[in-house]
Design a protein around this ligand. Structure first.
Ligand SMILES: *Cc1c(COP(=O)(O)O)cnc(C)c1O
Length: 438
């Protein structure tokens, strides 16, 4: 049910990891992010079993932007995966959580000098170069540090994937990576090969997010191996690492077709093996970077139902105590979620538009939701919120960012506490630029 076997119905009440949603709401307050920890660890175990352990010379990085939480990083590392980061901030949290530096891959389309310096200082495993100026920039930072930096370059494979234009990154018209439209990527490789302190290991791509068609991954793998061939022909350089990115799609609603991870990987690795043989090279180290697929379905958000406003002949608005501040995705890209009344899962239903409490008409949670006729004070659950919710949350209107709890086998624990009012003014220094400590 609802994308995870750890979401169940008992006594007409939603249970998450064996705990009643109503108990969680009462204990920790709402809005509340709840992660079914076993859904997370099952998926990490799947990545390990069907990719890392099955194919030698591979690696998997969790795209940490999907859910930037120490407890998640710790589970990721325990299961043998690494971490993708795109800023110094994400790198800081990864290092604080004990992620070994060599398992961290640093991405980003416009990394700051400070961030690159920090990444080199920490000794991250790879830095993924995204544009021309970054080559000289990183060379100079590496030279100053007296270090050799292992790099990949991001190439745009011109495979269009992703459930919405705002999460497509693989076409010609993108801010990410080196174009193959012109011979940009070949020129970049020439410059990197000529750099004294940059050691080029391979190529990277990421074509989009929430991809539901496995053949897109095959197409991407084939295209990347074509680049390996072209690079060898032009530069006599054999790529030793190929990263095919993330984007593995999940089920948000009944209408989605979640990717079968095992089958998709098998198809990708088939293509890689065939192409490797055709080129007569040693198979490069193959990497993947799942983000959403690892965490989305493990997450459920709980809200308390507040105002219910019926506008005769128009619609009924149901307001909850969170919204765009804890889940921007419906407003940002029209994302659709499944919702239920967690404390009364069956009964007569009514169609309502679930909206948030922020001062924006665009603060939408779910349009045309068929809910068991709601009352004020009910607990509303939104499923599939484990990815790009917590990490995209804001303090707009000074809503406090919710707590995040892990639930497993009937037990729950807070892994991120709810913000307090004091957190809201932590950086606000006041008119004299000196905040007095009270
Ligand atoms: C966002 C991102 C990912 C993860 O995407 P998902 O759709 O969450 O799997 C992987 N690699 C890169 C470079 C990304 O930017």
């Amino acid at each position: 049910m609802y994308g995870s076997q750890y979401l169940t119905e008992e006594n007409n009440t939603l249970h998450i990891g064996g705990v009643a949603a109503t108990d969680l709401a009462a204990q920790y307050g709402t809005p509340l992010y709840v992660m079914a920890e076993r859904e997370l660890t099952d998926r990490l175990a799947t990545v390990r079993e069907h990719f890392l352990d099955k194919y030698p010379n591979t690696y998997a990085s969790f795209a940490s932007k999907a859910l930037t939480v120490s407890a998640v990083y710790e589970q990721v590392v325990r299961h043998g995966l690494g971490i993708d980061v795109v800023t110094g901030g994400e790198l800081f949290i990864a290092r604080q959580s004990g992620v070994p530096a060599e398992r961290i891959y640093f991405h980003g389309s416009n990394k700051s000098t400070a961030d690159l310096q920090y990444a080199v200082e920490e000794g991250v495993g790879r830095i993924v170069i995204d544009h021309f100026a970054e080559i000289a920039q990183l060379e100079s930072i590496a030279a100053q540090a007296g270090q050799t930096v292992h790099v990949l370059i991001r190439i745009v494979p011109q495979v269009i994937g992703g459930a919405h234009a705002k999460i497509q990154t693989g076409g010609v018209d993108t801010k990410f990576g080196f174009s193959t439209h012109a011979s940009d990527y070949l020129d970049a490789i020439e410059a990197i090969l000529a750099s004294e302190h940059l050691s080029l290991l391979g190529i990277h791509c990421h074509v989009g997010s929430q991809i539901q068609d496995p053949s897109l991954f095959e197409q991407t793998a084939r295209t990347m191996m074509g680049f390996v061939e072209t690079i060898r022909a032009h530069h006599g350089f054999t790529v030793s690492e190929v990263n095919v990115g993330g984007g593995f799609g999940i089920a948000y609603t009944q209408d989605d077709h979640p990717l079968d991870f095992e089958a998709t990987i098998a198809r990708v690795m088939d293509v890689i093996e065939t192409e490797t043989e055709r080129l007569g090279i040693e198979r490069p180290r193959i990497g993947i970077e799942p983000g959403r697929w690892v965490v989305a379905n493990a997450g459920t958000t709980l809200y308390t139902v507040g105002a219910i406003k019926e506008i005769e002949g128009v619609r009924t608005y149901l307001s909850v105590d969170g919204g765009m501040t804890d889940n921007i995705r419906p407003a940002l890209y029209g994302a659709v979620y499944e919702t239920v009344i967690a404390n009364r899962m069956s009964g007569e239903t009514t169609e309502v538009t679930v909206v948030g409490a922020a001062c924006e008409s665009g603060d939408l949670v779910a349009e045309k939701a068929q809910l068991v006729t709601p009352n004020g004070g009910d607990t509303l659950a939104v499923f599939g919120t484990g990815a790009y919710n917590f990490s995209m949350a804001s303090n707009y209107n000074q809503f406090l960012r919710p707590a995040l709890v892990f639930v497993r086998d009937g037990e729950s624990r807070e892994v991120v506490r709810r913000q307090t009012y004091a957190d809201l003014i932590q950086c606000d220094l006041g008119i004299n630029g000196v905040r007095s400590e009270s």
